[in-house]
Design a protein around this ligand. Structure first.
Ligand SMILES: [Zn+2]
Length: 452
């Protein structure tokens, strides 16, 4: 009797063990099957040269970005378009992890969880991207003709969420791939799409966030005035220098002229670590954006244990803060919409339910929209952006031991051109005004020609 009881216990034990194992397998299958299927041992979708599934990738105009001809992947006929879209289209070998051929491999090969790896009746899927090959080529030319070799330009429709361009340098012609030595500075992070994966010191573009925090927390900020004599002393011996002696400035003109003295004073003397952190996190810092499964770099913000001098540097975008260009463009979208929200950026045409990024109240967004417009009308000048009703903020980000990066983030207020743009030029020296604004304008003028 006792022995039978013991055996029954063992039987139960083994049965439970079996069920537990089965459950684990089911869970792993559900979460990992997509990845397993894309492994190279599934030779019928991969060959030795990588993904050769017969799928075609189109840009938003129906132009072929890549297709399979006689078993070989063939890219767009135009070499400039190929270089400008390299990081979005990706390579068959999968070096460029955010490229559509890798990131969207499961859609392209027609794999689905229920039917498994394409049951023979299921054809590989073609995919239309939101990217405009021609506009991307314009962005590529605008950067390279001026001799810039590292950085990115992104263009995004803040009404629909569509990414029209995500051009990243350095790049190469995939039909004539050069010898690439990633240890050489020339090829630094060549396989990374800087628009999605780059993280940059924001410089003065961060004054937009500091302004939002000031509008949220300081009642009379729009009526305050500041005095700039070329520097702001936080405590004796700790100064933040300005680019000029601006004299007396209103809050608006302090932003227009990007006065470091005024913004260092606001951040260090009138705002707290907690307030700035709350506003930065409200705007999506320390969080990531998911673009159809591509996880963007996480923009970083921290003022933990920071002193007033740290807060002063933070307020002008020169502390530990880092921003991802795709996040920067989404911030511009939330302000441009005047709702504080913007559609989640997307790369795939006709994606349903792309979701919304909600950053700030519509009241604050509306005030920021007005301030960013005045940056152009009062300082950069509309003549730099003819017919665009442009808004935005430039930045120059000091980086240790090298020339500074320059940045511009902005958007057009035109109802028929709801586009935001971000330009980042690495180690370009100079200023956002002189380097990035002409590039932003060239790309936006091309968009104006194409879409209106
Ligand atoms: Zn100043």
């Amino acid at each position: 009797m006792n022995r039978i009881f013991k055996r029954t216990k063992w039987m139960y034990f083994l049965a439970i063990l079996f069920l537990v194992g089965l459950t684990i397998l089911a869970i792993l299958f559900g979460t990992h099957a997509r990845k397993w299927v894309m492994q190279p041992y599934n030779k019928h979708i991969y060959s030795s040269s990588g993904l050769v599934g017969g799928s075609t990738l189109y840009d938003r105009n129906g132009d072929v970005l890549v297709e399979t001809v006689d078993g070989q992947r063939k890219y767009n006929k135009n070499a400039t378009v190929r270089k400008a879209t390299l990081h979005v289209v990706g390579d068959a070998e999968g070096y460029i992890s955010t490229g559509a051929q890798t990131a969207f491999a499961s859609q392209l090969t027609g794999y689905d969880l229920i039917n498994g790896l394409y049951s023979m009746k299921q054809k590989p899927h073609d995919l239309t991207l939101t990217i405009d090959g021609g506009l991307s080529a314009t962005a590529y030319r605008a950067m390279t003709e001026k001799g810039y070799d590292k950085g990115c330009v992104g263009v995004y429709n803040y009404k629909t969420g569509e990414i029209l361009a995500a051009v990243s340098l350095p790049t190469y012609d995939i039909e004539n791939k050069p010898a690439i030595d990633t240890s050489k500075d020339r090829w630094d992070a060549v396989y990374m799409n800087r628009f999605f994966k780059g993280k940059y010191t924001p410089g003065s573009t961060f004054k937009v966030i500091t302004s939002a925090c000031a509008l949220e927390n300081i009642d009379n900020i729009m009526n305050q005035s500041f005095n700039c004599n070329g520097a702001y002393t936080v405590v004796r011996g700790s100064q933040v220098k300005c680019t000029a002696s601006h004299g007396r400035l209103s809050f608006r003109s302090a932003l227009n002229h990007s006065c470091n003295s005024a913004f260092a004073a606001i951040a260090s003397a009138q705002l707290t670590n907690d307030q700035l952190t709350a506003t930065a996190e409200e705007f999506g810092f320390n969080d990531t954006i998911d673009v159809n499964g591509i996880e963007c770099a996480k923009s970083y913000f921290s003022l933990e244990d920071a002193y007033a001098i740290d807060r002063a540097w933070c307020g002008i975008g020169q502390y530990e803060t880092l921003v991802c260009p795709c996040h920067e463009i989404a911030i511009m979208g939330a302000i441009a919409n005047k709702t504080g929200s913007t559609p989640n950026p997307t790369l795939i045409m006709k994606t349903v339910n792309i979701g919304t990024l909600s950053y700030v109240s519509s009241d604050i967004a509306t005030q920021l929209d007005d301030l960013l417009r005045s940056n152009v009308t009062n300082y950069y000048s509309d003549s730099k952006f003819p017919n665009l009703k442009m808004c935005g903020k430039t930045g120059t980000a000091q980086v240790s031991g090298k020339e500074p990066h320059t940045l511009f983030a902005g958007y057009s207020q035109r109802d028929d051109l709801p586009l935001a743009i971000v330009v980042v030029l690495e180690n370009s020296g100079g200023y956002g005004l002189t380097n990035c604004i002409p590039i932003a304008n060239a790309v936006m003028q091309d968009a104006l020609d194409r879409y209106t």
